[in-house]
Design a protein around this ligand. Sequence first.
Ligand code: COI
Length: 364
Amino acid sequence: MSPLSFPQADATRRATDDERAAILAAPGFGQHFADFMAHARWNAEGGWGGDELVPYGPLSLDPATAVFHYAQEIFEGLKAFRHEDGSVWTFRPEKNAERMQASARRLALPELPTEDFLASLRTVTAADEPWVPAVDPSAEHSLYLRPFMFASESFLGVRASHTVDYYVIASPAGDYFPRGVEPLVVWISDTYARAGAGGTGAAKCGGNYASSLLGKKEAAEHGADEVLFLDSETHTRIDELSGMNVFAITADGRIVTPELSGSILPGVTRDSILQLAADRGLAPAEERLDMSSVLDQVTSGDIVEMFACGTAAVITPIGEFRSKDGSWPVGGGGSGEHTLALRKELTDIQYGRAEDRHGWLTRL
Ligand code: COI
């Protein structure tokens, strides 16, 4: 099968320069969309094909389309960054390609080859290049790329779809959290779990996010920004937040994140932090994190910093945990020194302000 090249279909109405400038001045997160999207279709007989670059716009789908009924769907998230010389780069895209392939296997969807995944990112970013925000170290804006794939065959039986559609859309992005990089208040959910053993927790599929929403709602009702889920079996071990991984830093220089138990998303940012932390002389560890022990260590001062991380969240400090049993400020409730230093180092690499010593950047 020949590689996909996503040739451009019809001409489209693009946003005017003024419309785009107004959006790029304050993009928020996930509220505005760039002019073009890439599309390809897979069918059980012929494999991948039908690749095209099309105007961003609504999809028309039969009400019996399988994804509406059985949620056979996966997605990815990565960012395009403008560098000082005007060039546009992305961060470890092959990791996202591999994770999408792993998610596809778990959801009985077809795997998209890495070279086709990268071609789709390049095509969309080239077409939507005016939407990649200009360099502004004080704002750290980017173009968020959202590849996704869903079961597009119309039928009501329960089986893997014989037709699958893949798209990449792009959205200018500022801070994910409305309060920017201010420390988060995190609600510990003892009612709901995000994923269970043998389930889809390690796949980036919509169902995991759907199952987080009630917990997130409960968090908001208690004045918290995010929800922390514990393992579904014992309700004692930390899994992750609604859509991001979590780290703790101890007073004696360890940096710990929950091990990949099968119900945790293997985050690209998570993986990068483990490396950057080791480079800084911290001792990284992936292990089971017992919630009550973490709260004891937060109280005793043995844990001095905690943070959330992900492509959208980057690295955002956690300032307080709350549950129905009380509240626990972390490290005095402020933003920890290592947390902010790791965030700066990661974003400096992404925006080309620091040496890419691990070869993580790919030019789009
Ligand atoms: C990302 O970080 O890219 C995600 O997909 C998580 C979501 C909370 C936006």
